[in-house]
Design a protein around this ligand. Sequence first.
Ligand code: SF4
Length: 244
Amino acid sequence: MEMGQASFVLKILGQDHSCSAGVPAEAVRVQTMLPVFNAIANLVVDAHAASAAAAGRAISCRAGCGACCRQPVPITHSEARRIVELVESMPEKRRAAVRARFDSAMERLRESGLLAVMRGETDPNSEVSRNLAYRYFDLGIACPFLEDESCSIHEDRPLRCREYLVTSPAELCADVENQPVEVVPVFNRPSEALAAIGRGDQSLRPGFIALVQAFEWVKAHETPEESVEGPAILQNFLRALSGG
Ligand code: SF4
């Protein structure tokens, strides 16, 4: 794949950050650009974490604490395709184990009635729709990639996982509904920027699905994403990130 070098300046919390990234010069699918978007997200999140620490609010997230990995993690359509690709590329035994966790999570959601809510099949104004995140968390369904309370796909984890940092004591995250969990607010979220551009099929509405729905969503949308030149995808992403 022919690569070029892109240079740009990101203004994050009032500070300029000079960046450069290897970008495919040819037409690619948005999911091919995820390593670049992940690196930008790391930069954005690190700047917010440093700002919180400077204000006396140090990040309390630690390896081995996977409480937040029981929330319904919103991922973009491009990330859903990447996740399916990632799992399919795993050695057979591991792939089977991860797929079984996806299936088991979906089955529990179906039994609980929440899957219908997540698919948009129920009244969006109902109590359960409005409290979906809490009802999901109550089920205690661990992310299929959570192993020994750590993320087993750390390098490839979705943008929203990167953006979620807390400064309150880690033990409070076990009860997000009733405890004063202090989440670091991230402005201009990379995940939102990707949701705005990450739809190869223009007939799809931009948006998110829950991580556990990745296989179901990809199966229902088998047409591959349209390919676009790498620099144009990056430009669109940066435009969306900066709010236009
Ligand atoms: S992908 Fe990793 S960080 Fe994100 S919810 Fe799953 S285990 Fe947690």
